[in-house]
Write a protein that binds this ligand. Structure first.
Ligand code: NAP
Length: 314
């Protein structure tokens, strides 16, 4: 079976959101000969993209530009394969902007961090085949339409409703060199990542520090882990709950020099994804009748902090 032939025969993979991760995925897929199209939000963004001559991927200090075709949300071709690479708060409105073009059963890969946006999308468009992704690769944009591949990692993909992977998925990602595995329990992966995020990121924002400095307030971190473990247990993730304190301390040590993504958002005056991270955890606890006072207080402090900086609190 010829993979090159298969890749040509596949309908385009539309990438909605040509930001950091969207560009990292799109450039790797395109350079491996695959049919990729970017969807940019406005005619102005499309004109700026065309003036830039494509997307530039900077990897190991080497820059390479790829003239990936791009279009607007209201183009009239159908969408059978979609990668949604917007921030969690933009994902649902972005899909609404292309909803008329989505074919029934469209394979829809959701790259959003945290939880909540994926579930809303799957609920709003039940005809789509929603695939949730837990991503630990790192990328950032030094300029428009340029992306730096900043950190190697992995992508766990899975269907929340236990459906199997689309037939094209593995070959396509493998040919593009995108590290991935199909996860039979993607919600577990997302919950684990969410819990780790809740124990680390808000504190790095409030203490304005690198991850490693949290070891100095280890007690506070471990108290949060206790409550997060209750939440994990309540949702059926007993083993993750048991391992959480150790996992969190290990992540803090192995990323000691890093600034968390939430810290970086706040530092750069950008809206955070708080509603899909700590906000989601607290809302979920409340819905399930769990009282988690330390987490609630942390959310309050974080919102006060954001408000004082003039940033959105949702
Ligand atoms: P980003 O750089 O801000 O990119 C988001 C892109 O979405 C932007 O280019 C934005 O357009 C675009 N967009 C928003 N609304 C749109 C619409 N209606 N139509 C078309 N495009 C639209 O964000 P990111 O860092 O790639 O993050 C994406 C998700 O991945 C987040 O949930 C993040 O937490 C997660 N994640 C990121 C990383 C990382 O290293 N970056 C790692 C793991 C997980 P404009 O350019 O016009 O603003």
């Amino acid at each position: 079976m010829s993979h090159a032939h298969d890749a040509q025969a596949l309908p385009p993979l539309h990438v909605l959101g040509a930001g950091s991760l969207g560009s990292l995925w799109a450039t790797r897929l395109y350079r491996s000969g695959q049919n990729v199209r970017l969807i940019l939000r406005t005619p102005e963004r499309l004109a700026a993209y065309q003036a830039a001559g494509g997307l530039t991927l900077i990897e190991n200090g080497q820059a390479q530009r790829y003239p990936i075709p791009a279009e607007l949300p209201d183009a009239n071709t159908p969408i059978q394969r979609l990668l949604v690479a917007c921030k969690a708060y933009d994902a649902e409105p972005a899909i609404a902007g292309v909803a008329a073009r989505l074919v029934p059963g469209c394979d829809t890969l959701l790259l959003q961090n945290g939880m909540g946006s994926q579930q809303r999308i799957a609920g709003h468009w039940p005809g789509l085949h929603a695939i949730f992704i837990s991503a630990t690769e790192g990328a950032y944009r030094p300029a428009d339409f340029q992306v730096v591949f900043a950190g190697h990692g992995h992508n766990w993909l899975g269907s929340p409703d236990q459906r199997s992977a689309p037939a094209w998925l593995h070959d396509s990602l493998q040919r593009a060199g995108i590290p991935h595995d199909w996860s039979p329990d993607i919600l577990l992966r997302l919950w684990q990542k969410l819990a780790i995020n809740c124990a680390i990121n808000p504190l790095t924002v409030l203490h304005e520090c690198r991850n490693g400095e949290l070891l100095q307030i280890r007690g506070e971190v471990l108290e949060l882990c206790d409550e997060l473990a209750l939440l994990l247990t309540r949702n059926g993730y007993h083993e993750s709950a048991r391992e959480l304190p150790e996992t969190v301390l290990r992540v803090i040590s192995s990323t000691a020099d890093n600034y968390s993504s939430m810290y970086q958002d706040v530092r750069n005056g950008r809206r955070t994804e708080i509603a899909y991270l700590l906000g989601y955890a607290c809302a979920q606890a409340e819905r399930q009748g769990l009282e988690l006072p330390r987490l609630q207080r942390l959310l309050q402090r974080l919102r006060d902090h954001l408000r004082a900086l003039g940033l959105p609190t949702d």
